[in-house]
Design a protein around this ligand. Structure first.
Ligand SMILES: Nc1ncnc2c1ncn2[C@@H]1O[C@H](COP(=O)(O)OP(=O)(O)O)[C@@H](O)[C@H]1O
Ligand SMILES: [Mg+2]
Length: 246
């Protein structure tokens, strides 16, 4: 018997006025799989993430999470069902410590009794250590920079115990050494068995993290397959890589 995909996208389109930002997209993500999503600026990648997380509604098509349609669920119910995301521009709770920022994630969906708060802090500490942020535990979150801030964002998202994590260009603003650092952090996240949709400009990130790759161009999916095959496809080189080499 075939396992039910964690996520299945069926004929999904999103129109903004005269612009079709996402056009008849179809794909699925298996439990534990990491799917990489690439494409030039304006290809519709972030729109696709917003459709999945529920901050915008599709024009046509359906989104199935663990086999059931979530198309009509508001964003907070999708988060509760197990869809987690990070944001391209991260917003920590500035006055809170690094540890408590993660604890806020762990509190999601629980009550706010003293006991729940204590459990949340304990869970937060596990993610704090896994993301190697223990030396920053009591620092204010907005004092963190570079890769530490990205690791905090990952820890916060993971503390909410998602089954599917949506990562939209988390490497933005990092240098090469810092990117390697955050790749390792994402690998730790993957080892928990979670499914991941990773959007990234930096090709080495996609190569090192993705089990499978999907390319969007002008809202349309132009190819899907193994990363090494996709990255050598002439259509991809023309649409995406060629422009960067030029
Ligand atoms: N809320 C919106 N209203 C109107 N147009 C939008 C909106 N969001 C995105 N777009 C447009 O949709 C297209 C895809 O954008 P986006 O999904 O952000 O691309 P990507 O993340 O691949 O760079 C772009 O042309 C963008 O200008
Ligand atoms: Mg984007």
């Amino acid at each position: 018997m075939k396992t039910t995909p964690i996520l299945e996208i069926r004929g999904l389109s999103k129109r903004f006025g005269g612009l079709v930002a996402v056009s008849d997209v179809n794909f699925s993500i298996a439990p534990g799989e990491t799917l990489g999503l690439i494409g030039p600026n304006g290809a519709g990648k972030t729109t696709l993430v917003s459709l999945i997380s529920g901050s915008i509604t599709p024009t046509t098509g359906d989104i199935l999470f663990e086999g059931a349609s979530i198309r009509h669920l508001p964003a907070f119910q999708r988060a509760r069902a197990g869809i987690g995301r990070t944001f391209q521009i991260m917003k920590p709770f500035p006055g809170l410590s690094v540890l408590d920022n993660i604890a806020v994630g762990a509190l999601f969906g629980t009550s706010t009794t003293a006991k729940a708060l204590q459990t949340a802090r304990e869970e937060a500490r596990e993610w704090l250590e896994l993301m190697e942020l223990q030396h920053h535990a009591d620092q204010r979150a907005d004092e963190l920079g570079g890769p530490d801030r990205k690791r905090l964002e990952l820890a916060k998202a993971m503390a909410m115990k998602p089954k599917l994590l949506l990562l939209d260009e988390v490497m933005a603003g990092l240098n090469h050494a810092e990117i390697d650092d955050v790749i390792e952090a994402i690998k730790k996240v993957r080892r928990t068995g979670i499914s991941v949709l990773v959007i990234e400009h930096v090709i080495k990130v996609i190569q090192r993290l993705s089990d499978r790759l999907l390319v969007l161009h002008h809202g349309q999916q132009i190819i899907e397959g193994k990363p090494e095959e996709v990255l050598e496809d002439p259509r991809v080189i023309e649409a995406y890589l060629g422009r960067r080499r030029a």
